[in-house]
Design a protein around this ligand. Sequence first.
Ligand code: SF4
Ligand code: SF4
Length: 90
Amino acid sequence: MSVKIVYKNCTGCQACFRHCPNDVIGWNEEKKLPYIAYQDECSHCGVCALECKFDAIKHTMPLACWLDISTLTPAVRPVKDFNWRNWVVK
Ligand code: SF4
Ligand code: SF4
């Protein structure tokens, strides 16, 4: 799994940096932009994406997270339907 910052959308508002409970997101004072400082510490709680008002945080998950290994069928609906902002699968 990984969390990424989409810099073309990022305004440098610092919301993700201020709200990440695990201090995964660092702040580059020179560039005035956030960066992913400790990817492995990310618990994918979704707080950064919820707090970002500019759609500049993306989470990705490996296929294994979306499949039921015993049946090889999707455990949840496709990733494109997952809405991190509302925490629901539509
Ligand atoms: S909350 Fe979004 S727009 Fe603000 S600094 Fe973080 S990624 Fe950039
Ligand atoms: S998903 Fe949670 S732990 Fe991971 S970077 Fe965002 S706020 Fe931090």
